[in-house]
Design a protein around this ligand. Structure first.
Ligand SMILES: Nc1nc2c(c(=O)[nH]1)N[C@H]1C(S)=C(S)[C@@H](COP(=O)(O)O)O[C@H]1N2
Ligand SMILES: [Mo]
Length: 320
């Protein structure tokens, strides 16, 4: 059997500990799932899960992602990063059942005329659910193609009437050691915090996801509400959001503050700017198998036509 070196099989993790532990875990997962398994769902028609979760009624099909082959449900929901439940890729699926997603409220405050809060049930009834198939890119050179169910972030933000002073929008995840036992360890500065510039946040490709594969989000994927920004590295797509704040100044986001030389505030997918510890020029698509070839990484993860204008005139090597 052809054995590749571990670094080829599993690119470095975002914090880089224990390549061997991850290789073991990945081989275990691959064995359990069948190496090379890919979903058979046709792109362009509503992609449905196995039917164990709660279906979201009345989903509007969009053409976002036509032609992309969705990654198998088992990988999308079994191979995750969610440090509130542990740092291994299998931890969230195993441990996130302790998160209680009802009732759930999201506070919206800061530079806006109508600060307040919104409950998740109102989010689900007030904002029409659309299916959009996006690649979600992790910084460590892997990607998945996920049939998200969500709606444009801007639709929710507008309701709270951001003022002209709002330059950025910041998101925070729940802090609760009982529900999120990974927070007992100071692996990150809790709460997990992420942010976007206002114009990025208002772009129609930036969505708040309430589900995937036609069903409400599994906890490990950031239930009940998470961000998806398909042209950026995965760490920008913050999970289980409880607070959204409009700010005048650039926010102190988790990974950028933790390692500013490695993770930028913008974190746009960019094959020309390598992470200091690994190349970003190509990536693997999870689920295609250990021995599949890598894909060349595309500028803005393939969404350049839609988002490049946001960054006109900016030096993307400096603002990475
Ligand atoms: N609150 C919170 N959000 C998070 C993370 C996290 O650890 N905590 N991990 C991020 C990273 S590094 C990635 S790659 C994506 C993974 O999303 P997925 O598990 O749904 O694929 O979630 C992001 N959002
Ligand atoms: Mo990530």
């Amino acid at each position: 059997m052809l054995i590749k070196k571990p670094a080829d099989i599993m690119p470095s993790d975002i914090t880089d500990p224990g390549v061997y532990a991850r290789r073991r875990e990945f081989l275990k997962a691959a064995a359990a799932l069948g190496i090379g398994a890919v979903a058979s769902g046709p792109a362009g028609a509503l992609v449905k899960a196995a039917g164990q979760g709660t279906p979201i009624p009345g989903i509007i099909e969009t053409r976002y992602g036509d032609g992309l082959e969705p990654t198998a449900f088992e990988y999308v929901t079994g191979y995750n990063n969610f440090y509130e439940f542990g740092t291994d890729k299998g931890d969230p699926a195993e441990h996130a059942h302790t998160l209680k997603t009802r009732p759930w409220h999201i506070v919206v405050d800061g530079e806006c005329e109508a600060p307040g809060e919104i409950g998740i049930e109102d989010v689900l009834t007030d904002f029409p659910a659309e299916e959009r198939i996006y690649r979600l890119r992790c910084v460590e050179a892997w990607a998945m193609v996920v049939p998200w169910v969500g709606f444009p972030l801007g639709d929710l933000l507008k309701r709270f009437k951001p003022t002209s002073k709002a330059q950025y929008v910041v998101f925070e995840t729940l802090v609760d050691e009982e529900q999120m036992p990974g927070q007992r360890r100071a692996v990150l500065d809790w709460p997990y915090r992420e942010g976007l510039r206002m114009d990025e946040a208002m772009h129609p490709l930036a969505i708040l996801a309430t589900g995937l594969y036609g069903e409400l989000l599994p906890n490990q994927n950031g239930a009940p509400l998470r961000l998806v920004v398909p042209w950026k590295y995965g760490f920008k797509s913050i999970k289980s959001i409880v607070r959204i704040s409009f700010t005048r100044t650039i926010p102190e986001t988790t990974w950028w503050r933790r390692a500013p030389g490695e993770y930028g505030f913008y974190a746009n997918v960019n094959p020309q700017v390598d992470h200091p510890r690994w190349s970003q020029a190509s990536h693997r698509v999870i689920g295609e198998g250990l021995f599949s070839s890598k894909h060349p990484t595309l500028m803005f993860n393939g969404y350049a036509e839609q988002v490049a204008d946001l960054y006109r005139g900016m030096d993307l090597k400096k603002f990475f």
